[in-house]
Design a protein. Structure first.
Length: 202
């Protein structure tokens, strides 16, 4: 009898089950994070956005510029540009593409600066890319280095298209919007780049 008093009735248990449970906060979208940076200068939102896309933007910069240190500086400058001009963000449907475009544009600026330095100093070496073929860890590293050198031999536009399409994982339409060229131009650049890379790597 005493045990029955301590046991909650079915009605009480049902009402307990119906009580709202605290829900997990929704994960903010890229667009929401960018707006938080633009409107509230939200450092936490800025950090979350960077960490979410850290791999993609750093990989893109490395393949566009070739050198780790130069790529890291370009990414840093691109993120500074994001912090300053987040209010200009308009591409609600493709914030990731907008972010990659910021990085690509900064890499283009760096490339132009490097070319100016070259014309002033005339110190660019004419080293040709080496062939790679070993399958060991050292060989795979040599493969990556060889591919990187081959990418650097591509014309700037083809290199940008390859980096955005294969490494940034953008669609041809998104690459077109990012670089301001037609989709046909993207397709032509991809075909030309792949043909050149095949010749260099065989």
């Amino acid at each position: 009898m005493g045990a029955d008093r301590e046991r909650p009735s079915m009605r009480v248990r049902a009402s307990m089950d119906l009580e709202p449970q605290p829900s997990e906060p929704a994960t903010p979208t890229d667009a929401e994070l960018i707006r938080a940076v633009a409107q509230a200068r939200d450092h936490e939102a800025f950090t979350k956005l960077y960490l979410r896309h850290e791999h993609s933007i750093n990989t893109l910069a490395r393949h566009l510029l070739g050198q780790e240190d130069t790529a890291a500086e370009a990414v840093q400058d691109a993120m500074l540009c994001l912090w300053r001009f987040a209010g200009r963000f308009q591409h609600e449907k493709n914030p990731r593409g907008w972010l990659l475009r910021l990085v690509a544009n900064e890499c283009i600026r760096v490339q132009r600066s490097l070319r100016k330095q070259f014309r002033r100093t005339q110190t660019l070496s004419g080293e040709l890319p080496e062939k790679a073929g070993a399958t060991s860890a050292a060989g795979r590293e040599e493969d990556r280095a060889g591919l990187q050198r081959c990418l650097q031999k591509l014309p700037q536009r083809e290199r940008q298209v390859v980096a955005l399409y294969y490494l940034g994982e953008l669609t041809q339409r998104e690459v077109s919007a990012a670089l301001g060229i037609s989709q046909q131009g993207v397709s032509v650049a991809l075909r030309g780049a792949l043909s050149t890379l095949r010749q260099e790597l065989t």
